[in-house]
Design a protein around this ligand. Structure first.
Ligand SMILES: [Zn+2]
Length: 133
């Protein structure tokens, strides 16, 4: 397998799994901080990854590449099937935006945690605390 094909299949595998590694890392951190939550509420727009029903707050954990984050990892362009990936990621960005708007209209607050934001766990914990209160 070429490197890009290998990369692509790794990305596809990561996308297929619901409990992706970055999401699990955020859940573990929240748990350690004493927060309790539900996951993958399919009755809410965008099926949020982590749901705090009492607070009407949700968290999405987004992969930087897949959701087109404005960071070095998100700016990476696959060498093959470039048009396919570019279009797909553009659709994801659009869908993510619509989801936040729909949730806001239903009086739910949304926090997006990016994969690249997991490296600094202290900063992330502060952000989570600020968001959740
Ligand atoms: Zn990023």
């Amino acid at each position: 397998m070429s490197e890009t094909a290998q990369q692509r299949s790794r990305i596809m595998r990561a996308v297929k799994s619901r409990d992706t590694k970055p999401e699990m890392a955020v859940r573990r951190l929240l748990h350690r901080m004493g927060y309790r939550y539900r996951i993958h509420r399919s009755d809410l727009p965008g099926k949020p990854d982590i749901v705090f029903a009492g607070r009407r707050k949700v968290i999405f954990v987004h992969g930087c590449f897949w959701h087109g984050h404005d960071c070095p990892r998100g700016a990476r362009t696959p060498a093959s099937n470039t048009a396919y990936w570019t279009a797909k990621i553009a659709r994801n960005i659009e869908r993510d935006h619509e989801t936040v708007v729909q949730l806001a209209n239903a009086k739910w607050a949304t926090l997006i945690v990016w994969e690249c934001g997991l490296r600094d766990q202290t900063a992330l914990a502060d952000r989570l605390k600020a968001f959740l209160g």
